[in-house]
Each structure stands twice: as structure tokens, then as C-alpha cells.
Design a protein around this ligand. Structure first.
Ligand code: ADP
Ligand code: MG
Length: 254
């Protein structure tokens, strides 16, 4: 279980401090899948980085299974993170990249090979296993990063916009695979996305962040309903007016 209690995170700026997360309280239960949505700069990435303990200035409490996040043994307990930048090891092949967390944990080569082959097939990477990252497209690299995170069957999986570089078709296919694997492994998932539909598909619970504050926590069903209502009211509002020069209504997020 991951628990934020009145938790604040600051960044040091040239002049003073900027608050990235402002007194948030949130509980993510074991095996629960939570999506974090919100505009760019709202603190989504910071929320994940706090769980990874890669931020400097915090206040309040953040615990994982009752242990302070700073003291939680991430390696031993299996915490996986797919960052927005999905950094791969450039000199290693796709196989070695995916195998790395398993070999590092002391797994035998035979067992590692089996797990890597299996997950590579699921993500359409099987025939690319001998390539180096720079010989792959952005989408394929992202798939390697996801496969590397999931291959070790982590207790906690953190995803930061993991499908941003993929075309819509593969995005839909991959989110299914991610959910399927995480469900099978019983992983606790925190999934950052700015795509509301993806959030509803992936998660049981949606957290809406805005300017570092939690503006709402709801089930994905409630969130989907709220989105529908919002769409129909704004469509009605637009419909009531004269046709403008352009029909665009996007928020221009991220
Ligand atoms: P999101 O992922 O939702 O786009 P972030 O968590 O990256 O948002 O950022 C939240 C806020 O914290 C933003 O105002 C951002 O400018 C600020 N911020 C993020 N990282 C740093 C940093 N390393 N130093 C200073 N400010 C930062
Ligand atoms: Mg971010």
C-alpha cells in the first residue's frame, strides 16, 4: 500500500522554492490501479518521483507498506518505473536491456531467456532482440522500456505517459497488454497519462491533479461519466453559438 499523508514536495528555484505537490493525501491499495491525470506542470511526474525517492525537499508523510519511502527497499521489493524519457542502455541489445533487471537479481540465464522471450513476443519485439536501441523507432524503444519494467513482475509499477510515442493503434494494443500483465502479476499500478480515455481503460481509480493539488479522486466509471457530461455540455454551448472560424476545442495539453 502506498500512502501520501498531507505530503508536500518543493523544488529549489533560483529564488526560493516552488511547490510541486501541495499537501496531498492519497492511498493506493495493493493491486489497485490508479491513473493520475492533469495538465502539464500539475505535478504528475513529481508524484512518481516522490515514490522513487528521487526528490530532495518534502514535508508530511509518504509510506510504502508502512515504511517511509526513503527507507523502502525498492530493489528487493520490486518497484518498476517507466519514465517519460524511457532511458535504455545504449550499448546493450534489446535482449540485454530487457534481461538486465533479471540477471541483476541473480536469475539463471535459462529462466531469464524464457521470460525475456515471452514478454518480447507480447510487445512485438521478438525479431528485434539483437538490435541496439538506436536501431529502433521511438515507439519500439518505448516498448522495450515497458517490457524491461514488467519482466521482473514488480509489486509496484509506475508509468509516466508510457505510450506517448506510439501511434493510436499500437497505443490501444499496448495498454491492453500492460493491464493484462499487471493484473496477472497483481501489481499495484500508478499510471500517469494526459489521455482521459486511456486513464479510464487502465485504472480503477482516477486522481485529478491541478497545480500540485488533488482536485478529485473518483472511480474510472464516475470519471468517464463526468467526461461525457462535460463533452455534451460544451457541445451544447458551442452549438448555441454561431459557427466560429474553427471548430477546435482542444486544450493543447502537453
Ligand atoms: P507534470 O509531470 O504534471 O507535467 P511535473 O511534476 O514535471 O509536472 O512538474 C510539476 C511542477 O514542478 C512544475 O511547475 C515544474 O516546473 C516543477 N518542476 C519539476 N521538476 C523540477 C525541477 N527539477 N526543478 C524545479 N522545478 C521543477
Ligand atoms: Mg510529467
Amino acid at each position: 500500500m502506498i500512502e501520501f499523508d498531507d505530503f508536500t514536495c518543493y523544488y529549489k528555484l533560483k529564488k526560493g522554492y516552488g511547490v510541486a505537490l501541495d499537501k496531498i493525501s492519497l492511498t493506493v491499495g495493493d493491486g489497485e490501479k490508479v491513473a493520475v491525470v492533469g495538465p502539464s506542470g500539475s505535478g504528475k511526474t513529481t508524484l512518481l518521483k516522490c515514490i522513487l525517492d528521487s526528490v530532495q525537499y518534502t514535508e508530511g508523510s509518504l509510506t510504502i507498506d508502512g515504511t517511509e519511502a526513503r527507507k523502502y527497499d525498492k530493489r528487493k521489493n520490486g518497484l518498476a518505473y517507466v519514465s517519460q524519457e524511457y532511458v535504455l542502455y545504449p550499448k546493450m541489445t534489446v535482449f540485454q536491456n530487457i534481461a538486465y533487471p533479471l540477471m541483476a537479481s541473480g536469475m539463471s540465464f535459462g529462466q531469464t531467456e524464457e521470460l525475456v522471450t515471452d514478454i518480447a513476443k507480447r510487445f512485438g519485439l521478438f525479431r528485434l532482440l539483437t538490435r541496439k536501441p538506436k536501431q529502433l523507432s521511438g515507439g519500439q524503444q518505448q516498448a522495450v522500456a515497458i517490457a524491461r519494467a514488467l519482466v521482473k513482475k514488480p509489486a509496484i509499477a509506475l508509468f509516466d505517459e508510457p505510450l506517448s510515442n506510439l501511434d493510436p493503434l499500437r497505443r490501444e494494443k499496448f495498454r491492453k497488454i500492460i493491464v493484462d500483465i499487471c493484473d496477472k502479476n497483481g501489481s499495484t499500478v500508478i499510471y500517469v497519462t494526459h489521455d482521459p480515455e486511456e486513464a479510464c481503460y487502465v485504472a480503477d481509480k482516477i486522481v485529478v491533479l491541478e497545480e500540485g493539488e488533488i482536485k478529485g479522486v473518483m472511480s474510472s466509471k464516475e470519471y468517464a461519466r463526468a467526461l461525457e457530461e462535460y463533452k455534451s455540455t460544451s457541445a451544447a454551448a458551442y452549438g448555441g453559438e454561431e459557427q466560429g472560424a474553427d471548430g477546435e476545442s482542444g486544450d493543447g495539453e502537453d
